[in-house]
Design a protein around this ligand. Structure first.
Ligand code: FPP
Length: 225
């Protein structure tokens, strides 16, 4: 039986859930935070070591300014209100993505959350923020060129935002949509992908556990037979 170390999640469907249930996309994002909290707790319970959440993509800047502002404020207040609880529960926060495009005070908040939790080892909570795989690969190539390294698999892996993090065994995408949306394209090469019909705010611990149990029964060949 395989026990997954790393689960990555595309938390899709907040907007549609919000419009349907609260007549507001933003209230869907707010409801999505509750699911984030549940899935963090459940990851610890299920001994997952890395949980990566796609919280803001490089493409999300195309959204209306007010929605972007709401999402960033939500992230900021989540970290402000929850950082002590996350820290007490042994959660280490790691940011992947180019956060220099975020407002200064959010950058400060993100970096101090990383710093505060650096010695924790119960769960690595990886937040993908202004993250896009194409940007990550371009960035890696620039690093390799600047450091005059040889181009090979190892130098690319070393230059990705995810260096030091094992590849996800599992990708979950909620929201009844089947695409990868520029998320961890290199790292997901051999991951098992689970597309979930439910919108993110409706996704719960039971749904998560079902996926983890299904994964454990999969025979993984990695190109072999
Ligand atoms: C996708 O749903 C969701 C996002 C772009 C943002 C997810 C962000 C959060 C849950 C809040 C911040 C996260 C953390 C980790 C504190 P969508 O808006 O694309 O949904 P739709 O497809 O129904 O429009």
């Amino acid at each position: 039986m395989n026990s997954p170390k790393h689960v990555a999640i595309i938390m899709d469907g907040n907007g549609r859930w919000g419009l349907k249930n609260k007549k507001s996309r933003n209230l869907g994002h707010r409801a999505g935070i509750k699911t984030v909290e549940k899935i963090i707790k459940s990851s610890i319970k299920n001994k997952i070591k890395y949980l990566t959440l796609y919280a803001f993509s490089t493409e999300n800047w195309k959204r209306p300014k007010l929605e972007i502002k709401f999402l960033l404020n939500l992230l900021e207040s989540f970290l402000k209100n929850k950082i002590n609880e996350l820290n007490e529960n042994g959660i280490k926060i790691k940011i992947i993505g180019d956060i220099k495009k975020f407002p200064k005070k959010i950058q400060v908040n993100l970096l101090s959350s990383q710093k505060k939790t650096i010695n924790n080892n119960k769960l690595n909570l990886v937040l993908a923020l202004n993250y896009g795989s194409k940007n990550e690969l371009l960035n890696a190539i620039k690093i390799i060129k600047a450091k005059k390294m040889k181009i090979n698999e190892s130098s690319i892996v070393k230059s990705l935002y995810t260096y030091g993090i094992p590849n996800p065994e599992i990708l979950i995408r909620t929201g009844n949509t089947k695409r990868l949306s520029n998320f961890l394209l290199w790292q997901l090469s051999y991951s098992e992908i689970f597309f979930e019909k439910k919108m993110w705010p409706d996704f719960n611990e039971k749904d998560y556990k079902k996926i983890l149990d299904k994964f454990k029964k999969i025979k993984r060949n990695f190109g072999n037979i």
